[in-house]
Design a protein around this ligand. Structure first.
Ligand SMILES: Cc1cc2nc3c(=O)[nH]c(=O)nc-3n(C[C@H](O)[C@H](O)[C@H](O)COP(=O)(O)OP(=O)(O)OC[C@H]3O[C@@H](n4cnc5c(N)ncnc54)[C@H](O)[C@@H]3O)c2cc1C
Length: 418
């Protein structure tokens, strides 16, 4: 912080403890007793272990091993000896919300390493090497990244050009991936490539590339809204991938990519909701203590009504988000039933659209309603607003989520209306 200009009386009130206290008031009634215990314990851990070590001039990665110590790199898949029952998408969503409240950039990088990178290893990986990588990622000492997007293929991700050649005992990969979150510092990369660009669905592979493999290069791209998270270009110059690093063999890469996108979107929903709770609660506290014209500014309906609207919309989106986590659990149970997979994919896209769009809107409103102080680093609002913009594009841009929902409801009409 360059200069502290926040009134002392207000500073004492806008603590992370108070933000969590108000957040819990809304969230605890929506979740089970076990989930409540998990959340309260997690918040306590974040306040004790993470908050004092947050340094906005340093990358978030130094905080990963601390999360690892608490087994908080992810909560989607069971891991570790303790608390075996406290895993699943609903727990992951709670983890994403609470971590985003304390540090939205940290949560963005964590979700990529812990969920988007690691989930395919939990779901489809086999063997000792796969388990070793999972252990390293869960400890927070190693970092994962996911390479889907290319220079010429963003939203149209399926038609990728990264080329895979299958040899007897290894694969060879050539290509360029862009915007890879954590890429410049990552130790492991899930990479998608095809052996026949004219048949990406039938020829897509999903493999793990490792830092140090010959021909693998990473370069940082400047993304100004999230200076503490490294985004990169990853080059594959005839990189040899041993067979043990193949997660999805020819054709299965495509299936794994698309089933994994639901988990990715759901985790992003949690992060977006966390950002919304952080900025709306900060605005609620600030405007109740900031005085102008001799009264708290919250007494003016021009301030209190938009804040109330934010809370109303956020409560609805949070119910919806938690519901999408429940649907994810059902999807795993009925994995062979196409109609559930389709429903779950469309549901997660719609909710991801709603939650990430709302995070940006709520954070922007909070900033305007608090005034100048919300543009400084004295409040957490401006940083959260910047991260919310990124949440809206990662995991597929806004239009692509709407595109997926629009196709699903079109198919429904064609199937059901006779
Ligand atoms: C900070 C950041 C981090 C990222 N992290 C990762 C990562 O870790 N790994 C990874 O693989 N990728 C990552 N991405 C890439 C991200 O997923 C893509 O940016 C996104 O999928 C959009 O692709 P694009 O940028 O090429 O845009 P384009 O696909 O060129 O789209 C541009 C615009 O056109 C719209 N559009 C495209 N097609 C349609 C259509 N059919 N109908 C309507 N509108 C359409 C889009 O919605 C968008 O508004 C990241 C991006 C950013 C900015």
């Amino acid at each position: 912080m360059l200069l502290d200009i926040l009134e002392e009386e207000i500073k004492e009130k806008i603590t992370i403890e108070n933000i969590f206290r108000i957040f819990n008031n809304f969230i605890l009634p929506l979740i089970t007793k076990e989930e409540q215990e998990f959340l309260v314990e997690l918040e306590d851990f974040l306040i004790r272990e993470i908050e004092p070590k947050i340094d906005l001039s340093k990358d978030v990665y130094e905080l990963f091993p601390i999360l690892g110590k608490g087994n908080y790199i992810q909560r989607l898949n069971p891991y570790g000896n303790d608390d075996h029952q406290k895993f699943g998408m609903r727990y992951e969503m709670l983890l994403a919300m609470a971590t985003s409240i304390i540090d939205p950039e940290l949560d963005l990088a964590r979700v990529v390493s812990g969920v988007i990178f690691a989930n395919p290893l939990f779901q489809h990986g086999k063997g000792d090497h796969n388990s070793e990588i999972i252990d390293q990622i869960m400890s927070g000492k190693k970092i994962g990244a996911i390479c889907i997007t290319e220079r010429l293929h963003g939203s149209d991700a399926v038609n990728m050009e990264t080329q895979v050649i299958e040899e007897t005992d290894h694969l060879v990969i050539n290509g360029e991936k862009l915007y890879t979150t954590n890429g410049p510092v990552a130790d492991y990369f899930i990479v998608y490539g095809v052996s026949e660009p004219s048949d990406p669905r039938g020829s897509m592979y999903q493999v793990i590339a490792e830092r140090g493999f010959e021909g693998l290069e990473t370069h940082r791209i400047a993304v100004q809204s999230i200076p503490r998270v490294q985004i990169g270009q990853i080059l594959f110059n005839s990189v040899k991938i041993p067979k043990r690093n193949i997660i999805g063999p020819k054709g299965n890469g495509y299936k794994n990519l698309f089933s994994g996108l639901v988990a990715e979107r759901d985790a992003i929903i949690g992060s977006s909701l966390g950002i919304s709770w952080l900025t709306s609660i900060t605005a609620l506290i600030y405007t109740n203590f900031r005085k102008q014209f001799g009264r708290p500014i919250y007494d003016f309906q021009g301030v209190s009504f938009p804040i109330t609207q934010s809370f109303t919309e956020l409560m609805a989106a949070t119910e919806f988000g938690i519901r999408s986590a429940t649907v994810y659990k059902k999807m795993l149970k009925y994995f062979d039933e196409q109609k559930f997979i389709k429903y779950s994919a469309a549901f997660s896209s719609g909710t991801k659209f709603l939650a990430s769009n709302l995070a940006q809107k709520i954070s922007y409103e909070a900033q305007q309603l608090c005034g100048g102080i919300a543009f400084t680093d004295n409040l957490r609002i401006d940083k959260a607003l910047e991260v919310s913009k990124v949440q809206e594009i990662i995991g597929g841009a806004r239009n692509i989520q709407l595109h997926l929902v629009s196709r699903a409801i079109r198919d429904m009409v064609r199937r059901l209306v006779i």
